[in-house]
Write a protein of this length. Structure first.
Length: 160
C-alpha cells in the first residue's frame, strides 16, 4: 500500500499560546491583580516574552493594566464574555495553512486548478468555529485543579 503523508504543522504561534495562558491565569482569579513576573514564574516562561503579549492583550481590551508599585493586570471583562476563538483570531498573525492561501506570495503552479485549497479552507473555518464555541469561563471552569498547577493559592481564589 502507498500512504500519502502530509507534514503540515497546524500549530498556533507561541505568541497566541502565551496570550491564552495569561488570560487563563487571570481567569482563575478574575478579580485579583497579577503581575507579569508572577505569571511568567507560574508558567516557567520568559518575562520578556510576556511583556509584549500583555501589552497587546491590553490594547485589544482583554485586560486592564496599571503601572508602578501595586500595579499589575486584571481581566477587563468577565471570563464568560471573553471568546477563545476571537482571542486566537486577534493574536494569531495569519491562518495561511499553505502557501496558496496568500495570493501575493503564492508560487504553487497548480493553484489555478487545485481543489485541495477548498478542503483546507473548510478545515480552517471548522477549527475557528469550534474555538468560537468556548469562552474563558469554559476554559477555567476547573480553576481548583488549575490553581495548584500554577502555584496559585486556592484560598486566594474569590468565589464568584
Amino acid at each position: 500500500k502507498t500512504y500519502w503523508y502530509c507534514d503540515w504543522d497546524m500549530q498556533l504561534t507561541l505568541y497566541t499560546d502565551y496570550s491564552l495562558r495569561v488570560l487563563i491565569y487571570l481567569g482563575i482569579r478574575p478579580n485579583q491583580q497579577a503581575t507579569i513576573t508572577e505569571i511568567a514564574k507560574s508558567y516557567g516562561v520568559s518575562r520578556n516574552h510576556l511583556v509584549k503579549v500583555v501589552h497587546n492583550l491590553s490594547n485589544l481590551g482583554y485586560i486592564k493594566t496599571s503601572r508602578g508599585r501595586g500595579g499589575g493586570m486584571l481581566l477587563a471583562h468577565e471570563p464568560k464574555d471573553i471568546n477563545i476563538g476571537e482571542v486566537v483570531q486577534k493574536t494569531e498573525a495569519n491562518f495561511d495553512l499553505v502557501e496558496c492561501f496568500d495570493k501575493e506570495s503564492n508560487t504553487c503552479p497548480i493553484s489555478p486548478g487545485c481543489a485541495l485549497i477548498k478542503a483546507l479552507k473548510v478545515a480552517r473555518s471548522s477549527f475557528l468555529d469550534v474555538l468560537n464555541q468556548y469562552t474563558l469561563a469554559d476554559v477555567v471552569a476547573n480553576a481548583e485543579q488549575l490553581a495548584p498547577l500554577l502555584s496559585i493559592d486556592i484560598s486566594s481564589i474569590e468565589k464568584g
